[in-house]
Design a protein around this ligand. Structure first.
Ligand SMILES: Cc1ncc(COP(=O)(O)O)c(C=O)c1O
Length: 430
């Protein structure tokens, strides 16, 4: 084996070998420049066109473009009628906004552990988490893999719960040949800089229900009943935010949307190619991701876990994982530890005091019986401490040559875990 770069060896991935995301082409430049020169820089024709095009692409009747996926999540909850003191179920392992969006409307997050194999919410644990106050479930489709929406919808309908899909990471993911964002009552997508459909920042709220669309639209723009473009009365009928997208970013989003199917195709080809070249690491203590039957995984993020029983390391798994990740980065990789804490560990939940005076948990004693005890989410904890992910390097314009280098780096480091000395490596400033 060649010497690891962390100990002074030659990096497996030379500088400049990995092309940055997203690929900017002339169509992107032309469309953004036209929007810039149009003298229409707020919500306007580009935003309207983007909404229509995304709704057509995903198969939704209504779509509102927003300035973030988080805004679209908040709008989804409001569209579904979630309000102060209601309980909302959500995965214990996700981006913070999957759960802070619940606090935004003074409702209470109740966490459900993940299924370790898929990293998504364990749908078999939903029923046990339902309380008399539960109003909705946020179904997060993580890393490009859909949840089992058949089981989730059956539990939701049995208990008369609303379903919001957090599809921020997963446009194009399929469950039984149906796109995410078309199963629940409302759904949210993100167009942030690292997303497969990317416009720097931005997002979409989608639904098929005209009433949910109307409620979400009010929250989106100052609580007004009229959307920009319609004759406005400048009257805040309800609490509202400023969640609107603008025409310059919408033009970027439109040019990227034209390439989304191609980007999803390359992302999948690259991930499967990468997987093929590293799959032998399964015998060396590396737990590899997989695509379950009946699903189309988009491979937004390719995530491996360290099987700690096989590494020989007896200390904190996170310390060993961080050392492995540093060794990968020194090989020239741009890997990511996505969430090193699970949501019930985060201070905003544990303090139970988002707005002062214990609000929203203190509202009508709604927080009674809701505890945030991280140990109760053992699969999420294990995943958060042992995972290493890779996303943007697996996307276009990177192709087989780059993937070969990335796989070499993984094999060099993950195939030689006995070389990893966390005490030495974690002292290095990388
Ligand atoms: C699962 C998930 N939900 C919600 C969000 C929030 O999206 P945004 O950053 O566009 O607000 C993200 C962003 O990374 C995410 O990964």
């Amino acid at each position: 084996m060649s010497k690891l770069a962390i100990y002074g060896g030659k990096p497996a991935v030379p500088a400049g070998a990995v092309k940055p995301w997203p690929l900017i082409e002339k169509t992107d430049e032309d469309m953004v420049l036209a929007a810039l020169r149009s003298n229409h820089h707020f919500f306007g024709p580009e935003c309207m066109a983007l909404q229509e095009e995304f709704a057509a692409w995903n198969g939704n009747k209504y779509c509102i473009t927003t300035n973030s996926g988080t805004a679209a999540l908040h709008m989804s909850l409001v569209g579904c009628g979630v309000g102060a003191g209601d309980h909302v179920l959500v995965s214990a392992y996700s981006w913070s906004a999957s759960a802070t969006c619940i606090l935004h409307h003074c409702a209470i997050p109740v966490f459900v552990d993940i299924d370790f194999d898929t990293v998504n919410m364990d749908v078999n644990k939903i029923e046990a988490a339902i309380t008399p106050r539960t109003k909705a479930i946020i179904a997060v489709h993580l890393h490009g893999l859909a949840l089992d929406m058949e089981k989730l919808m059956a539990v939701a309908r049995k208990h008369k719960l609303m379903v919001v899909e957090d599809a921020c990471q997963s446009p194009g993911a399929l469950f039984k040949n149906r796109k995410v964002g078309t199963f629940g009552d409302c759904a949210a997508f993100s167009m942030a800089h690292n997303k497969t459909l990317c416009s720097g920042e931005g997002g979409f709220f989608v639904t098929n229900d005209p009433q949910k669309h109307e409620k979400a639209k009010q929250l989106w723009s100052f609580g007004e009943t009229k959307a920009p473009g319609e004759k406005r009365d400048y009257h805040a009928h309800m609490i509202g935010w400023m969640y609107r997208n603008n025409d310059i970013l919408a033009a970027f989003g439109r040019s990227q949307l034209k390439k989304l199917d191609y980007h999803l195709k390359v992302q999948k080809e690259n991930a499967l190619n990468f997987h093929e070249q590293i799959k032998h690491l399964a015998s060396k203590g590396i737990i590899l991701p997989f695509e379950p039957a009946g699903y189309n995984h988009t491979w937004y993020e390719y995530v491996v876990r360290l099987d700690m029983d096989k590494t020989g390391w007896k200390g904190d798994p996170g310390v060993f994982r961080d050392a492995v990740n540093k060794a990968l980065m020194k090989e020239g990789m741009r890997t990511a530890i996505w969430q090193r804490m699970i949501l019930p560990e985060m201070t905003v939940f544990r303090n139970k005091n988002a707005y002062g005076l214990g609000v929203p948990w203190s509202v009508d004693n709604a927080g009674e019986g809701v505890e945030y005890i991280p140990e109760q989410y053992s699969n999420a904890i294990r995943h958060s401490r042992t995972h290493i992910g890779i996303n943007m390097p697996l996307r276009a314009p990177n192709g087989p040559e780059t993937i070969k280098l990335l796989a070499e780096a993984y094999c060099k480091v993950l195939g030689n875990l006995d070389q990893i000395d966390p005490e030495k490596i974690n002292k290095m400033d990388i």
